[in-house]
Ligand binder design. Structure first.
Ligand code: IPE
Ligand code: IPE
Ligand code: MG
Length: 254
């Protein structure tokens, strides 16, 4: 009996987990890519240099996620609150998707990646939106990793808009109050048919959600690192996946 118990303890101990195993890979990983500005400051560079360098991390992590067998990768790129930043910084952040796609779209297509966006994207500058829509269109039939960019995304607004939509449907007689359940609410969010994230990663040492996927992260595992986003490597990503494998998700049960 005691031996059996000890055996159990041993299995759950923190020994390294083989990444080659395909079991227990999170289906959906969401990342709050934070620390670009501080990374730049540490090097005496302007903040936008940090954002530029962060773009390379996006590519690295996309390929690492694909290789690990992750199905969905959601990246928080711009929040509904980020408009508060100085105009020059916002302008640069709005140019970044164009720059990124110009550089990387062909390779994303080669890698069978499907690009999606999640957020109030109609409020983005026309050129930014065009570039993103072009990427979404050109990758729509790809069947590999879904790379979902959260752009002008804010979770409170998302939930509020979903509630308004549902209320409208009830008022119009299209929906009965009794039909409102968690499933319906989920599908009315910007994340639509995406499954909830299994794993949330936030870089740069901040331990908060900053209005990111508040509904969808209800039972997600969270992993925080001090590393700034531009220096986030495949190894860091694997570290997070290995930690995920060791976690026991109970969803309130035993
Ligand atoms: C994350 O890095 C990128 C965006 C929020 C667009 P930050 O720009 O927030 O970098 P820090 O947190 O100021 O270092
Ligand atoms: C969250 O980072 C938003 C993105 C990564 C896009 P912020 O840097 O905006 O978050 P706060 O302001 O530190 O909470
Ligand atoms: Mg930040």
């Amino acid at each position: 009996m005691i031996k059996r118990l000890l055996g159990k303890l041993d299995r759950s101990s923190k020994k390294p987990v083989d990444l080659e195993r395909t079991d227990n890979v999170p289906r959906h990983v969401a990342i709050i890519m934070d620390g670009n500005g501080r990374w730049a400051k540490k090097r005496g560079l302007p903040r936008i240099a940090g954002h530029h360098s962060g773009m390379k991390a996006v590519k690295r992590v996309t390929l690492a996620a694909k290789a690990a067998g992750v199905e969905y990768l959601t990246l928080y790129a711009f929040s509904t609150e980020n408009w508060k930043r100085p105009k020059e910084e916002v302008d640069y952040l709005m140019k970044l998707p164009m720059e990124f796609l110009e550089l990387e779209l062909a390779d994303l297509i080669r890698n069978n990646v499907q690009v999606r966006m999640m957020g109030y994207t109609n409020e983005l500058p026309k050129q930014t939106l065009n570039a993103l829509e072009d990427a979404v269109r050109k990758t729509a039939s790809n069947t590999g990793l879904i790379l979902n960019f959260a752009l002008n995304y804010g979770s409170r607004r998302e939930m509020m808009e979903a509630v308004k939509q549902i209320a409208d449907d009830v008022q119009a007689g299209k929906l009965d109050c009794n039909q409102i359940d968690e499933q319906l609410m989920s599908t009315r969010l910007l994340s639509g048919d995406l499954p909830d994230p299994d794993l949330l990663i936030r870089t740069s040492g901040e331990i908060r959600l900053s209005n990111f996927m508040l509904w969808q992260l209800a039972y997600s595992e969270m992993w925080f690192t001090e590393v700034y986003w531009p220096e986030f490597s495949e190894e860091h990503f694997h570290e997070a996946l290995m930690e995920y494998k060791r976690r026991a998700r109970r969803y309130g049960g035993l």
